[in-house]
Design a protein around this ligand. Sequence first.
Ligand code: BDR
Ligand code: CA
Length: 313
Amino acid sequence: MKKVMLDVDTGVDDALAILYGLESGELDVQGITTVCGNVPLEMVVSNTKRVLTHMGRTDIPVVPGAQRPLLREAEHEYKVHGADGIGGAIPDVQAEGVWPYDDRFAPDFIIEQASRHRGELTLILVGPLTNFALALRREPRVAEWLKEVVIMGGLVSEAGRGNKLPNAEFNIYADAEAALIVFHSGADITLVSLDVTLQTYLTMEHIEQLEGTAYYNFVRESTGVFREFSRDLFGTDGCALHDPLTVGYVLDPTLLQTERHYVTVETVSPLSYGQTICDFRGLWKEAPNVRVCLGVEADRFLAHFIETLRGKA
Ligand code: BDR
Ligand code: CA
C-alpha cells in the first residue's frame, strides 16, 4: 500500500477522486487536508466529510487549511460544481458532529506527516496549492521529506486551451503565488495538467455502467451541473476527470507518458496570470523541476475508474 495524503477543494471531481482512491484499496490514506478553492473552505470541509460519511469512512482525518489564497482574493467555481460544490448530490447526508473537534491546521499536518513518514509519503494535491506553499514556507525540508508530490494543475503543451484563462488552469490560477513557491521547492513534482485530464471524459455511458452499484446515484447526480457546463462551454459530452486522473497516476504511473522539464508560473501578467510555462527546449538553461504529462491512456484509465467504483456493489 502506498502511503498518501490528499489535499482537496471538494468539488465534484475531488469527491470522485476520494471515492476512487479509497475504494482502490491500494492507498494508505493518512489524512485529507482541505483548501479554499472550488467553494469556500467551510463548504469544502463539509463536502469532504459528507462524501466520507456517505462512504462509511469516518475514520479518515479531515484537516482544514487555508481560508484564502496567499495574496489574491478567492474566486470560486459554482458554475462548474453547483451551489453546494457537489452538484446537489447526497442532500440527506450530514456530517455535523461526526468527527471529533480538531483544531489542527493543514500546512502543519502536512509537515507533521511528511516528517513522520520521511521518504515514504506521496502528497496528492488536487486544489489550489496554498496549503503546501504555507507548509514549505514554514518548513522547507518538507520538500525532501516527501517521496513525491503529484499535482492536478496547469497546462503545458496546449496553450490557449485553459479553463480559467486561455493560458491558465483553475488550480494554478486560484493561487499562482503558491504554485510558484511549490514548483521551485525542490520537491519531486509531477504535474497532471489539462493536457491529459481533458482527454478523460466521464460520459453518461460510463455512468450507466455503475447502475445497481453503491455509487451510481452519487456519480450521476454530482456530475450533472459539471456535465452541462462542459457541454455548453466546450461542446463535450461528459465531465473531465481531472482529480481522479491525478489519483490514477499514483495508482498506476504507466497510465501517463511523462517527461521532466523546467516549469515556472506567471504571476504578473493580467493576460496570463497562473500560466504554467514549460521550457521544452531548455532555452532558460534551468534544471528540470517538474515531470509534465504528454499523453494518457484514457480508455484504460476510465475502465479502471469505473471498475474500482463498481467494486463497491
Ligand atoms: C481543477 O479545478 C477544479 O475545478 C477541479 O476540481 C480540478 O481540480 C481543474 O481545473
Ligand atoms: Ca479540485
